[in-house]
Write a protein that binds this ligand. Structure first.
Ligand code: GLN
Length: 577
C-alpha cells in the first residue's frame, strides 16, 4: 500500500486531496466493492450487485448497498416511471429507484437516504457549502471537491452503519459523461484505502448477433479498456449474455482485461433470478471477492450456507396451475414501472407454490374503446389497480373497479387505486353524480378525494408528498384486522390526496368500511367491502414492504381469494387468526 493509515487520519490528509473523513473513520475497517457496467445499460448490473450482497449477507457480513446515480435530479421522485422504472419509497421517505427495492427484498432490511446518492444531491450540497464559505477561499473544482464529497458520502455510510462491506453500484455505463466523477471518486477511494480494501467488479455484455450465430467479445473488451483508461483495473469481470458464454470468450476477456481466468464469470439469461446466488456461489464468485478483500477466512462459510433452503422456497413447478392477475395501469410499455407489485405477486406465488400470470390492462385503451372492460377482465381471477398520477386512463380504471365490485371479482387497490375505488363507490353506490378526485377535477361538487390539508401550502414537486413509513391503525372486527392479526402496522406512503373527511359518513352509510386510518383517525388508509369476495384498497403501498419469504398480508389474501375463484386449493399453511 502506498499510504500508511495515518496519512488519511485527521490532520494528516494532504491539502490537495480534499478528502474529508467523518469523525471516527478508520481505514481498513470497512471493505468496499465497486460495481460498474460496460457496453450497454439494462443488462442487470443491479441484479448482479444485489446477488452479491445476498451472498455476502449469507456469510454473516453486515452489508450496506449504495447506489450512486449520475443524474442531476436530487432524488428519483421526479423521474418518469415509464422511462426509469418505478419510484421506490424508503421508510424514511426517500424516493429512490427500483434497485434499492431489490436490495431491501433480498437482504430483508430497510435502508435510508444514505444508501442512495445522486449527482444532483452532491452538487446541491456543494453549492450550499460554497455559499456558506466552507471551502475556505479555494476554487471549488470537480477534482478534488466533487470527488471528495462522493468519498465523504461513502465513508459516512461506513461510520453510520458500521458495515463490514459497502457495495457501491455506479449507475449507467463506463464512458457516460455523467458518471465520470463517480468513477474518478472511487478510483481515488481505492488509492486512499489501499488495494486490499477495495474490489472493482465490471459487469459487461457479450454480444451474440443473430446473423453471426456466435458470441463476440470485442465490445466488452473495449468497454473494459475504457475503464482501465480512467485508472480502474477491474478485479472481477461478470460477462452477461443471452446464452452461456464459451471458454474462448472467457479467455479473451481475461487476457485483455488483465483479470485471471478464474475471476471471469458468466451469467446468462435465466428465468428465475432468485436461483442466481447459489449458481454464482458454485462458480466461486463470493469466494473470489472475499479473497481480493482478504476476508475469506474471517467470513468463512460452510457449504451452501442457507442458499439451498432459499432455492427450494423461491421456486414454483411450471406444471402448477396459474392464477391470472390483471394490472390496470397506464405505463404498460415497461413492466419495471410496477416492479414492486410484480415482485409482491411473485412472493405470493412462492408462498402458495402456484404460478401467477400477469395480464396488463391498458385502461387508456378502454377509454378509447379499442378494448372493452368485460373483454379485458375475462379470465382474470383478480384485479389490481396500482398507484398513479394524472388523468390518463382514469375513467378506464374506474370502469374496471366497477366491474369487479359488481361481479364479485377480487380487487386490490393501491394508493391511486384506493382513491379511485372511492370515486367509483361515490358515483355508483352513494349516487353522488360526477364525484371525482380534486387531482383531476378541481371543481367537482363531490370532491370525495381532496388534497391533504398539509399539502395545500406545498410549492413545487420534489420530495414534497406525504412520504415514507407511517403507522396504520386497524379497526377490530374487520377483514384487515383478521389478515394482519395486529392492531398497528407500519407501511409506506407517497401521496398528496386523501379521502375527503366530509364524505366518510356518506360512504360508511352505504356499506363501505374504513378499516385502517392514521392515529388521530383523520386520514383513511384501508377500505374494504365486507360482503364482497375480496374488495380491499390501501392508501399506502404494501408492495414496498413485501419480502420473499414474508409476503405482504393484503397481497396474500388477495391472491388466495383470486385462487379460490378458480377453485384452486391453495396451500393454507397461512394461518388466519
Ligand atoms: N395521485 C394520488 C395522490 O397524489 C395517488 C398517488 C399514488 O398513487 N402514489 O394522492
Amino acid at each position: 500500500m502506498l499510504h500508511k493509515k495515518e496519512d488519511f487520519e485527521a490532520s494528516n490528509i494532504p491539502e490537495e486531496f480534499y478528502s474529508p473523513m467523518p469523525a471516527g473513520y478508520r481505514i481498513g475497517q470497512t471493505k468496499y466493492i465497486v460495481i460498474t457496467g460496460s457496453v450497454i445499460s439494462g443488462i442487470g448490473k443491479g441484479t448482479i450487485s444485489s446477488t452479491l450482497a445476498k451472498l455476502l449477507h449469507d456469510r454473516k457480513m453486515k452489508v450496506e448497498p449504495m447506489k450512486l446515480e449520475a443524474y442531476l435530479n436530487v432524488d428519483a421522485g421526479t423521474l418518469n416511471p415509464f422511462r426509469h422504472g418505478e419510484v421506490f419509497v424508503l421508510d424514511d421517505g426517500t424516493e429512490t429507484d427500483l434497485d434499492l427495492g431489490t436490495y431491501e427484498r433480498l437482504l430483508d432490511k430497510s435502508f435510508t437516504k444514505d444508501n442512495f446518492v445522486t449527482s444532483g444531491r452532491i452538487y446541491s450540497q456543494i453549492i450550499e457549502k460554497e455559499r456558506a464559505g466552507k471551502y475556505l477561499g479555494k476554487d471549488v473544482q470537480f477534482i478534488p471537491h466533487v470527488t471528495g464529497e462522493i468519498k465523504l458520502a461513502v465513508r459516512n455510510l461506513a461510520v453510520k452503519t458500521g458495515a463490514d462491506v459497502i457495495l457501491i453500484e455506479i449507475g449507467g455505463t463506463v464512458g457516460d459523461y455523467e458518471n465520470m466523477f463517480a468513477m474518478e471518486a472511487l478510483r481515488e477511494l481505492s488509492y486512499e484505502e489501499g488495494k486490499e480494501n477495495v474490489c472493482f467488479i465490471n459487469v459487461t455484455y457479450i454480444l451474440e448477433p443473430g446473423s453471426l450465430g456466435e458470441q463476440k467479445s470485442k465490445a466488452a473488451q473495449l468497454g473494459i479498456k475504457a475503464l482501465m483508461e480512467i485508472g480502474i483495473q477491474p478485479d472481477v469481470i461478470v460477462c452477461r449474455s443471452e446464452s452461456p458464454i464459451g471458454q474462448s470468450v472467457k479467455e479473451k476477456i481475461s487476457l485483455h482485461a488483465n483479470v485471471s481466468l478464474r475471476r471471469v464469470f458468466g451469467v446468462h439469461d435465466i428465468k428465475n433470478i432468485y436461483l442466481l446466488p447459489l449458481d454464482l456461489r458454485d462458480e466461486g464468485f463470493d469466494d473470489a471477492v472475499c479473497e481480493i478483500l482478504n476476508i475469506k477466512e474471517k467470513f468463512h462459510i460452510e457449504g451452501n450456507g442457507s442458499l439451498q433452503i432459499w432455492n427450494d422456497k423461491m421456486n414454483v413447478d411450471e406444471k402448477e396451475p396459474e392464477i391470472v392477475i390483471g394490472i390496470a395501469g397506464k405505463y404498460l410499455g415497461a413492466s419495471d414501472t410496477y416492479a414492486s407489485i410484480t415482485k409482491s405477486l411473485e412472493h405470493c406465488s412462492f408462498f402458495y407454490k402456484k404460478n401467477i400470470k400477469i395480464k396488463w390492462i391498458d385502461t387508456a385503451e378502454i377509454e378509447r374503446g379499442t378494448i372493452s372492460v368485460q373483454g379485458s377482465l375475462n379470465n382474470v381471477h383478480g384485479l389490481i389497480v396500482p398507484g398513479g398520477f394524472g388523468s390518463r386512463g382514469v375513467e378506464g380504471k374506474i370502469s374496471c373497479i366497477k366491474y369487479c365490485r359488481e361481479n364479485n371479482i377480487p380487487f386490490l387497490g393501491l394508493c391511486y387505486g384506493f382513491q379511485l375505488a372511492l370515486v367509483e363507490y361515490a358515483r355508483n353506490v352513494c349516487e353522488l353524480e360526477g364525484a371525482h378526485t380534486a387531482e383531476i377535477d378541481p371543481h367537482t361538487r363531490y370532491n370525495v378525494i381532496d388534497i391533504l390539508p398539509e399539502q395545500k401550502s406545498v410549492k413545487g414537486f420534489g420530495g414534497s408528498m406525504r412520504l415514507g413509513g407511517k403507522d396504520v391503525f386497524i379497526k377490530p372486527g374487520t377483514i384487515a384486522r383478521r389478515i394482519h392479526n395486529s392492531a398497528i402496522i407500519r407501511r409506506r406512503f407517497r401521496h398528496r390526496y386523501e379521502c375527503n373527511p366530509e364524505f366518510i359518513e356518506t360512504f360508511e352509510k352505504k356499506g363501505m368500511v374504513f378499516s385502517g386510518c392514521d392515529e388521530p383517525g383523520k386520514i383513511m388508509q384501508i377500505l374494504e367491502i365486507p360482503n364482497h369476495r375480496f374488495f380491499m384498497a390501501a392508501q399506502f403501498h404494501p408492495e414496498f414492504t413485501s419480502r420473499p419469504g414474508k409476503p405482504d398480508e393484503i397481497f396474500l389474501e388477495f391472491v388466495r381469494k383470486a385462487g379460490e375463484s378458480k377453485e384452486i386449493e391453495l396451500a393454507l399453511s397461512y394461518k388466519l387468526a
